[in-house]
Design a protein around this ligand. Structure first.
Ligand SMILES: *Cc1c(COP(=O)(O)O)cnc(C)c1O
Length: 374
């Protein structure tokens, strides 16, 4: 029996059913299924929401990262530095270009990519950095931008978990050369299927990405393929319902933040629990509320027995996945990512989560530590 699910997309749909059903019906009435006016409209409103000049919808967030890197010229022989703890897309996109992922460890407080380790990993082959705004908190863009400028590197932000997050007053996705977003259903702004997109202020890059993501074809003239590309287009249904949901995103973000503040207070001083730390100047949007404890596995079992679902993001850091075995990453090369993969636990957090549910989760965690005190 699950009393507190990790995520409750049905509750969100129930709250905005008329808007979603209306959006879907409009697309079907217009038979505007792939790209078309609903996609144009979503691209326009999302660009406005984050303050980007251009926004291109893609089939998913992984493609968004890949299309951006590819059109920025990543190729075999190039190295791209990415975070040791992330979803695999943050590294796959590099290999898909034929380039080599180079992992940098994460920082102790925020779990985002550690600029000091990034600086240490720069070689003459390094072409770009992918700051991952992990859990909904911006990476240290000030330090990373300085490194990028010093070594003439491109910056592609992975914003898949960080819609509307800001750092130093700037919205993520508008700081680097391009910002890739995912609208996977569970993300802070989620479609009802796969969807993603790329923000940039560079009109030429936007044009190249548009072409590449649509079979290398000139968007104004059908059958004029200037190059080979891929098929990664946003579809009309996803675009229309994303536009409807976007109207709620600020409110939903504020609700996530208030749930996080409640957890912060209730979990302060409980056992050895470390609650999320927010870097000065950051506005964290809490896609994930990630705590740490040395008793992670026992705590997780205890919560599951109480019907409280949790997640681990991620149980194996990227350098230690079998997919990256050939890169030879050792635990001592990524000490923070290696230690944290055994300590991190993601608690339920979503706008529809009630204060009562937050209290239930926090109480269950307190009970666990009260009963295991040696
Ligand atoms: C979800 C996610 C992606 C990939 O997005 P998809 O839409 O699932 O392809 C990339 N990076 C991070 C950090 C993510 O969480």
């Amino acid at each position: 029996m699950t009393t507190v699910p990790y995520l409750d997309l049905a509750a969100q749909y129930a709250a905005i059913r008329d808007e979603i059903d209306g959006a879907i019906a409009a697309v079907i009435d217009a038979s505007a299924f792939v790209r078309g006016p609903f996609v144009d409209e979503f691209e326009r409103v999302f660009a406005t929401a984050i303050g980007a000049r251009h926004f291109l919808g893609t089939g998913n967030g992984t493609d968004a990262l890949f299309v951006a890197l590819k059109m920025l010229g990543m190729a075999p022989g190039d190295e791209v530095i990415t975070a040791a703890n992330s979803w695999i897309s943050s590294a796959e996109c590099i290999s898909l270009c034929g380039a080599t992922p180079v992992f940098a460890d994460i920082d102790l407080d925020t779990h985002t990519i550690d600029p000091e380790d990034v600086a240490a990993k720069v070689t003459p082959r390094t072409r770009a950095i992918i700051p991952v705004h992990l859990f909904g908190q911006a990476a240290d863009m000030g330090a990373l931008t300085r490194i990028a400028e010093k070594h003439d590197l491109l910056v592609v932000e992975d914003c898949a978990q960080a819609h509307l997050a800001t750092t130093g007053g700037q919205i993520v996705g508008t700081i680097g050369d391009a910002g890739a977003f995912s609208f996977y259903p569970g993300k802070n702004l989620g479609a009802y299927g796969d969807a993603g997109g790329i923000a940039t202020d560079d009109v030429d890059l936007d044009a190249r990405m548009r072409m590449f993501a649509d079979h290398g074809s000139d968007p104004t003239t059908k059958h004029d393929h200037r190059m080979e590309g891929i098929n990664s287009r946003l579809d009309g249904l996803q675009a229309a319902l994303l536009a409807a949901k976007l109207r709620h995103l600020k409110d939903w973000t504020a609700l996530r933040q208030s749930r996080a503040r409640l957890y912060d207070g209730l979990l302060a001083g409980v056992g050895d629990v470390v609650t999320p730390r927010v870097r000065d100047g950051n506005d964290h949007v809490y896609h994930i509320y990630c705590i740490r404890t040395a008793k992670r596995d026992e705590l997780r079992d205890h919560l599951h027995r109480r019907g409280i679902a949790t997640g681990i993001h991620y149980p194996t850091a990227l350098p230690f996945l079998r997919a990256y075995e050939h890169l030879g990453g050792r635990p001592e090369d990524y000490p923070v990512a290696h230690r944290y993969q055994g300590e991190i636990l993601s608690l339920p957090i979503y706008p529809e989560l009630s204060d009562e549910d937050v209290r239930r989760v926090a109480d269950a965690i307190s009970d666990f530590f009260a009963s295991t005190r040696a």
